[in-house]
Design a protein around this ligand. Structure first.
Ligand SMILES: Nc1ncnc2c1ncn2[C@@H]1O[C@H](COP(=O)(O)OP(=O)(O)OP(=O)(O)O)[C@@H](O)[C@H]1O
Ligand SMILES: [Mg+2]
Length: 457
C-alpha cells in the first residue's frame, strides 16, 4: 500500500511517465498519469493530489496555462514543472504563477524527490494553517459578531440559549457596541428567521408618530389619517421587533407596550378591533434602563417585562484583546468592497489601535479601518492613515492638572514635548511621518526638536 501521498504526472511522452512512475512508486507514492492538459485538469478537479509534475509542452495546452487554470481552484496541488526546453523567462513566469519548483530534463532523481517532499510538506502546512484559521474564525465569530474575550463568548452563549424561546430580551451597551448586530443574531438563530426582523429607533421619532408607527391607525383616527395603516407590530407578526433606544419612549406609549407584551394583542389608533400578534420583542438601550426607572421616566413593570433576559455588551475599551480580530475582520470586509487584496497591518498601527479608548466602540474602529483601507496606497496600513485622535495619545490629564507650582507655559511645553515624543516613537523616529501625524510640516518639527532638545535615544 502506498502511503506517502498521491502524485499526478502530466506528460505526453510515455517513456517519461514510465520513468517517473517507477521512481515515485519506489518511494511509496501513489502515482497517476495524464497525457495532456485537459485530462490533467479533469483529474485534478476530481481527486485530491498532493503534487503535480507538469510538463511545459503538452499537446493541447502549455503547462503554464494549466497552472493558470489550477490557480482558480481553492486548494490546488503543488506544481513542479519539468521541461526539456528550459529558459529563464519560463522559469520566472512559472514561479510568478505559483509553481513550487522548476526542473530541466534530464533531472537528477534525488533533487526531484527532495523537491516533491518539500512541496508536499508545504501543502500540508498551508492546509493546517487554513484549518486553524477556520476553527479560530468559527470559535470567535457568531453570526458576523466577532468576539474572543470571555465576556463576548458569554454573549454568544446567551444568544444561543435565549434565541429559540419567545421571551423578551433587553440588550444594553454603549453606542456602537453592536446591539443591533446582536438583535439580528437572535432573530437569525430563532425559529423566526423566515419572518421579518423589523428595527425601529424610538429616539428618532416624535411620540405621537411613534404610536401610530408601532400600532397603526384606522382611517380618520387623527387629522391627516386618510387611510388605515398597519403598525410595525402587525408587519413583524411571526418575527421580531427590535425597539432601539427604549428609554426615550413616552410613559403613555410604554403602557400600551406593556399591554401588547402581556396580552399579545392591541388596537390600532382609533380602532375598536383587538388584533392578535405573535411578535418577539428585543429592546435596546445605551443608557441604564434601571436608572431611568429610578428617575421615574420608565415604568417599573415594563422594565421587568423587558428585562426577562438581559444581554450586556461590554464597551470595546474593556476588551482590547478583541481589537486585532475585529481589525482583521474589517480589513477583509473593506478590502473586498474596494477590490484590494493582501492588505496587512504594520505592528505600530495595531499598537495605536490597541492603545485607543474607542469612545465610539466597534463602530468607530470599523470607520477608522475602512478609512485606512481606502486611503492606503501600498499593502500595509501605517498609523499615519489614522485620524489624529487615534494616532495621538489622549492628553495626560493627571500631568496637566498636577498641583506643582509650574507655569501654564511650562505645562504646555511639556505636553508638546510628550506629544512629539509619542509621535516619534510611533513612527520609529521617522521625522517626516511624525510631522504628518502631528499635522505640522517637517521643518517646523525639526526646529521644535532642536528647541526642546529632543534627540533620538
Ligand atoms: N462584535 C462585533 N463584530 C463585528 N462587527 C461589529 C461588532 N460590534 C459592532 N459591529 C459593527 O459596528 C457597527 C455598529 O454596530 P451596531 O449598529 O449593532 O451598534 P449599536 O450598539 O446598535 O449602536 P447604537 O447604540 O449607536 O445604535 C456595525 O457596522 C456593526 O456591524
Ligand atoms: Mg443601534
Amino acid at each position: 500500500m502506498n502511503t506517502n501521498g498521491c502524485i499526478l504526472v502530466a506528460d505526453d511522452e510515455e517513456i517519461m511517465r514510465e520513468v517517473l512512475l517507477e521512481l515515485l512508486s519506489s518511494e511509496s507514492y501513489t502515482v497517476e498519469q495524464a497525457e495532456n492538459g485537459t485530462q490533467a485538469l479533469e483529474m485534478i478537479r476530481n481527486r485530491d493530489y498532493g503534487a503535480v509534475l507538469l510538463d511545459l509542452m503538452l499537446p493541447d495546452m502549455n503547462g503554464l496555462q494549466v497552472l493558470e487554470e489550477l490557480n482558480q481552484l481553492e486548494n490546488r496541488p503543488e506544481v513542479i514543472i519539468l521541461t526539456a526546453y528550459a529558459s529563464i523567462e519560463k522559469a520566472i513566469k512559472a514561479t510568478k504563477l505559483g509553481a513550487f519548483d522548476f526542473f530541466e530534463k534530464p533531472f537528477k532523481n534525488d533533487k526531484l524527490l527532495q523537491a516533491i517532499k518539500n512541496a508536499l510538506e508545504h501543502r500540508r502546512l498551508l492546509e493546517e494553517n487554513r484549518r486553524l484559521r477556520k476553527t479560530l474564525h468559527d470559535r470567535y465569530s457568531f453570526h458576523n459578531i466577532i468576539g474572543k474575550c470571555d465576556r463576548m463568548q458569554q454573549v454568544f452563549d446567551l444568544i444561543s440559549q435565549a434565541a429559540p424561546r419567545r421571551s423578551t430580551i433587553l440588550i444594553q451597551g454603549e453606542s456602537g457596541t453592536g446591539k443591533e448586530l446582536v438583535a439580528k443574531a437572535i432573530h437569525a438563530s430563532s425559529g423566526r428567521i423566515t419572518a421579518p426582523f423589523i428595527a425601529i429607533n424610538c429616539g428618532n421619532i416624535p411620540s405621537d408618530l411613534l404610536e401610530s408607527e408601532l400600532f397603526g391607525h384606522v382611517r380618520g383616527a387623527f387629522t391627516g389619517a386618510t387611510n388605515t395603516k398597519k403598525g410595525l407590530f402587525e408587519v413583524a407578526d411571526g418575527g421580531t421587533l427590535f425597539l432601539d433606544e427604549v428609554t426615550t419612549i413616552s410613559l403613555e406609549i410604554q403602557s400600551k407596550l406593556l399591554r401588547v407584551i402581556q396580552e399579545r394583542e392591541f388596537r390600532r389608533l382609533g380602532g375598536l378591533e383587538n388584533i392578535k400578534v405573535d411578535v418577539r420583542i428585543i429592546a435596546a438601550s445605551n443608557s441604564d434602563l434601571h436608572a431611568a426607572v429610578r428617575q421615574g421616566i420608565f415604568r417599573e413593570d415594563l422594565y421587568y417585562r423587558l428585562n426577562v433576559i438581559t444581554i450586556q455588551i461590554p464597551p470595546l475599551r474593556e476588551r482590547p484583546q478583541d481589537i486585532p480580530l475585529l481589525t482583521e475582520h474589517f480589513i477583509k470586509k473593506y478590502s473586498e468592497e474596494n477590490q484590494r487584496d493582501n492588505i496587512g497591518m504594520d505592528p505600530s498601527a495595531m499598537k495605536a489601535l490597541m492603545d485607543c479608548q474607542w469612545p465610539g466602540n466597534v463602530r468607530e474602529l470599523e470607520n477608522v479601518v475602512e478609512r485606512a483601507v481606502v486611503l492606503s496606497t501600498g499593502n500595509t496600513i501605517t498609523p499615519d492613515l489614522f485620524p489624529n485622535n487615534i494616532s495621538t495619545p489622549p492628553p495626560e490629564t493627571a500631568f496637566l492638572l498636577s498641583e506643582d507650582p509650574v507655569s501654564l507655559k511650562e505645562k504646555v511645553g511639556n505636553y508638546e514635548k510628550s506629544l512629539i515624543l509619542a509621535a516619534l516613537d510611533r513612527t520609529g523616529w521617522n521625522q517626516k511621518k511624525a510631522a504628518r501625524l502631528l499635522s505640522v510640516n517637517a521643518t517646523t518639527l525639526n526646529e521644535k526638536l532642536k528647541r526642546l532638545k529632543i534627540k533620538e535615544p
